[in-house]
Design a protein. Structure first.
Length: 108
């Protein structure tokens, strides 16, 4: 069985400086990333983010994305590439209660 890397939950990452909450902006609106679960894998850092829109109080979005290992946001789809990543994200989601609750609704 493959070894599982320790999941890094992003509240503040000294290496990359990603802090929550932090702003995001799309052409249709913006707001803040209020929770983020991420895992540093061998090739990338997949991340699941809870977005709260500023224009509609209580309106949320979930973004599945990833960062390169040098901390750059990537515009390609996120890939969960194996057991290590899946387990790492599962562990990271333990400290994101709102995001975890939304994802549970998705799979229920």
């Amino acid at each position: 069985m493959a070894s599982v890397r320790k999941a890094r939950v992003t509240t503040r990452s000294p290496k990359r400086g990603r802090q929550v909450p932090r702003p995001f902006a799309f052409h249709w609106g913006g707001g803040n990333i209020i929770e983020e679960a991420s895992f540093t894998g061998e090739y990338a850092e997949p991340s699941i983010q809870l977005l709260e829109y500023a224009s509609h109080a209580g309106s949320y979005g979930v973004r599945f994305c990833y960062y390169s290992l040098d901390g750059r946001f990537q515009r390609s789809p996120m890939m969960i590439d194996g057991t290590d990543t899946l387990e790492g994200l599962r562990v990271a989601l333990k400290s994101t209660p709102k995001l975890r609750a939304l994802l549970k609704r998705l799979v229920a």
